[in-house]
Design a protein around this ligand. Structure first.
Ligand code: UDP
Length: 317
């Protein structure tokens, strides 16, 4: 398929384009490089430096595409709390501009990067797709607003879509991994602390979880990428839905810290600090729907394999 991949110079997008290329797709990346890196996009993938709000550019790119995979977005919860309006402007505003252009184009297939952040606090069990969506931070709010826009707008356009609700993307490919600036994610921060003798701060020890720290469902980015390929294959017969992408298993912050010690063989200093605003206690996926609809499930289920791949990326041999 001829794919237009917005945000393909980022962490998850950069993983997807490698998998899409390997699967035989023809890929064009559109990225404004506000958070992505040009060198994430390898030959022979076409790279276009631009923004989804540039309508003439979008018309030209969409005219030559069969499907859009829309990663481009801001994705740091704490930044969204500091600048909620900016997050809505970038994420929702960017998406609306994309949809206006798609509406006037021949493209009728869209894969959208949604997030487990649409769910909010939950009830201490894995989230199912039809659970109430009550985001507790502006980042999750932008993802919910986009999901709702798709629900209302896509049928009238005859647009098929999959809103893929990522749980915690983690791990790396040999030549591509997380390079956020600043880095805010647990696994790369813990690896860096172990490598440099720095300290990992554990945000909150009084959550209603067995060890008091937050539980997350860490899914390898390559597994995420494969789910996108399956979703693209499934679009075209009227599929318009949202799906969780996770492993179905959760690990606490302390378990991740212990895993980092084991994988690196290094000591890891931790300190206990207060909760980080906007963090739900438990985010774990019920993975049944993606299996039913896409025959997809995550294959890298060991946290140590995920952490090891991120460690290998930081320490290339
Ligand atoms: N976390 C932490 N210390 C850090 C970074 C993250 O304790 O330096 C915790 C954070 O509070 C959350 C979990 O690790 O409970 C995962 O956070 P991350 O930022 O990796 O992903 P998020 O769940 O926010 O998407």
């Amino acid at each position: 398929m001829r794919l237009l991949v917005t945000g393909g110079a980022g962490y998850i997008g950069g993983t997807f384009i490698r998998s899409a290329l390997a699967a035989g797709h023809e890929v064009t990346v559109l990225d404004n490089l506000s958070t992505g890196h040009r060198d994430v996009v390898p030959e022979p993938i076409r790279f276009v430096h631009g923004d989804i709000r540039q309508r003439d550019l979008m018309d030209e790119l969409l005219a030559d595409s069969e499907a859009v995979v829309h990663f481009a977005a801001l994705s740091i919860v704490s930044h969204s709390i500091a600048d909620p309006l900016g997050y809505y402007r970038e994420n929702l505003g960017g998406f609306l501009a994309l949809m206006e252009a798609i509406a006037d184009s021949p493209v009728r297939k869209l894969v959208f990067s949604s997030s487990a952040a649409v769910y909010g606090m939950g009830e201490g069990r894995p989230f199912k797709e039809d659970d109430p969506r009550r985001p507790v931070n502006p980042y999750g709010g932008t993802k919910l607003a986009i999901e709702e826009t798709l629900e209302h707008v896509a049928p009238g356009l005859g647009l098929d879509y999959a809103s893929l609700r990522y749980f915690n993307a983690a791990g790396a490919m040999d030549d591509h991994g997380e390079r956020h600036d600043p880095e805010t994610h647990l696994i790369p921060l813990a690896l860096e602390a172990a490598a440099t003798g720095g300290e990992l701060k554990i945000f909150g020890q009084d959550y209603p979880t067995p060890d008091g720290t937050c539980i997350r469902d860490y899914i390898h980015v390559e597994d995420l990428a494969q789910a996108h390929l399956k979703a693209l294959d499934a679009l075209g017969d009227g599929l318009r839905t949202a799906m969780n992408l996770g492993t179905g298993s959760g690990f606490s912050v302390r378990e991740v810290a212990d895993c980092v010690k084991n994988v690196t063989g290094l000591p890891l200093k931790v300190s206990e600090t207060t909760r980080r605003e906007g963090d739900p206690a438990l985010l774990v996926a019920d993975v049944g729907k993606a299996w039913d609809l896409l025959a997809w499930r995550a294959e890298k289920l060991e946290l140590s394999d995920i952490v090891q791949s991120a460690w290998n990326f930081l320490n290339p041999r």
